[in-house]
Write a protein that binds this ligand. Structure first.
Ligand code: NAD
Ligand code: 2HG
Length: 387
């Protein structure tokens, strides 16, 4: 029986794909895997029993995945599974930033006991006149699963859409409408934008990437949205831009001590992905990735190990080696197998960045001392006997 520790609120619907042979445990100690969402687990004591962590969501800045790789723990995420939810909310907020919907509604509510409200509303409605997004310029920073959908939806709204993403994947490039204009320079993208929306992961080169300089390049009275991570946009710079009127409205999904007190800022409680559909599809994808790894060693959508698929084991035994991406690892592994006269039925090796993964099926079970020899290879992070 494999045990899974669930951190965070994972929707029941998403858990339905956990098949037989798994049980949910309340104790992380001794668990095989962790299924989680946004809780920050930096600094958490990670039991040696944990083989993988599946994050139901896109962002993995809450997980020390590089460090965990060296402990042989595979971290998965669920790319794209919540992107439509974020897109829909961002488009809704774009409208709110263009028409004073909230102000108008608040005015009506404040007049709920006024018998002349109907007539007075007609007289007051001028105060809530907005502008149309059609024909306006929007800059989209990051054109991945969310950004590409936002950019395309903005094209559908008749906006002039510009996108900045130096690492744009081929898949996402294919999905982008040809009316989205790629811009190779962030400052150029920001220049004279009426709207700016960020959809990049939180990492070294994205923290604070929108600062005072970029905000100053926008058209005066611009609307800015941050549904990525709290510190992609420098909060001090945003506060100053809001105070000067350079930014008319800021929408953010992050209730930081500062954002909650900034003028003309509307904050949502990290609910960009908060739809039943997105929660279920993230949970299902995370569960599928986790179970396929625990049962078969296959890796899909890992952020710290390469993609690797070998189906189910057809030999007597399947061994997975998680190791550093350095020369002669396969040489050392095969030398030990040759020494043991082990017949390898199938073998695969993949690498990405600092990590590599070697998996093989053998005709017979390997003796425990052979497994120990594999474990003792320098730069070997973990050896799993899957079957
Ligand atoms: N508010 C929410 O609930 C919510 C939901 C989903 C995602 N997110 C956040 O949004 C981020 C993006 O999500 P996604 O699903 O689109 O991820 P994604 O990986 O599909 O897309 C991210 C894109 O950012 C690009 N990028 C990376 N570094 C960049 C840089 N320096 N400059 C410009 N572009 C850069 C990548 O090339 C990629 O195309 C996530 O990492 C997460 O932090 C938030
Ligand atoms: O898990 C969540 O609630 C939000 C997830 C979202 O921020 C993401 O990065 O996918």
């Amino acid at each position: 029986m494999r045990t899974i520790k669930i951190i965070d609120d994972i929707v029941k619907d998403g858990l339905t794909t956990i098949g037989e042979g798994y049980e949910i445990t309340s104790d992380v100690e001794g668990a095989d895997a962790i299924l989680m969402r946004s809780t920050d687990i930096h600094g958490m004591d990670m039991p040696a029993s944990i083989r993988c962590i599946a994050r139901a969501g896109a962002g993995v800045n809450n997980i020390p995945h590089a460090e965990l790789a060296e402990r042989g723990i595979v971290v998965f995420n669920t790319p794209g599974a919540n992107s439509n939810a974020v897109k829909e909310l961002v488009i809704g907020l774009l409208m709110m930033g263009s028409r004073d919907v909230l102000g108008g509604m608040q005015w009506c509510r404040a007049h709920e006991d006024d018998p002349n409200a109907y007539a007075e509303a007609e007289a007051h409605k001028k105060a809530f006149v907005g502008r149309e997004v059609k024909g306006r310029k929007i800059g989209v920073v990051g054109l991945g699963a969310v950004g590409s959908k936002v950019a395309n939806a903005c094209v559908d709204l008749g906006m002039k859409v510009y996108g900045y993403d130096p690492y744009l994947s081929v898949d996402h490039a294919w999905q982008l409408y040809r009316d989205v204009t790629p811009i190779n320079d962030l400052d150029e993208l920001c220049r004279e934008c009426d709207y700016l929306t960020v959809h990049v992961p939180r990492k070294e080169d994205t923290v604070g990437m929108i600062g005072a300089e970029q905000l100053a390049l926008l058209n005066p009275g611009a609307v800015v949205l941050n549904y990525a991570r709290e510190d992609i946009i420098d909060e001090d710079a945003m506060e100053a831009a809001l105070a000067s009127g350079q930014v008319k409205q800021f929408f953010t999904d992050f209730a930081t001590p500062k954002s909650l007190h900034m003028p003309r800022t509307l904050v949502t409680p990290h609910s960009g992905a908060g739809t039943v559909e997105a929660e279920a599809s993230c949970a299902r994808m995370a569960v599928d990735e986790m179970c396929d790894y625990l049962a078969n060693g296959n890796i899909t959508n890992s952020v710290n190990f390469p993609e690797c698929h070998m189906g189910t084991c057809r030999g007597a035994s399947r061994i997975a080696c998680l190791h550093a991406n350095v020369p002669n690892m396969i040489g050392q592994i095969t030398a030990i197998l040759a020494d043991a006269s082990a017949n390898v039925q199938r073998m695969t090796n993949e690498n990405s960045g600092r990590a590599a993964y070697t998996m093989f099926d053998t005709d017979e079970h390997l003796e425990p001392q052979i497994i120990e020899r594999l474990r003792s290879i320098p730069n070997m992070w973990r050896v799993r006997v899957i079957q």
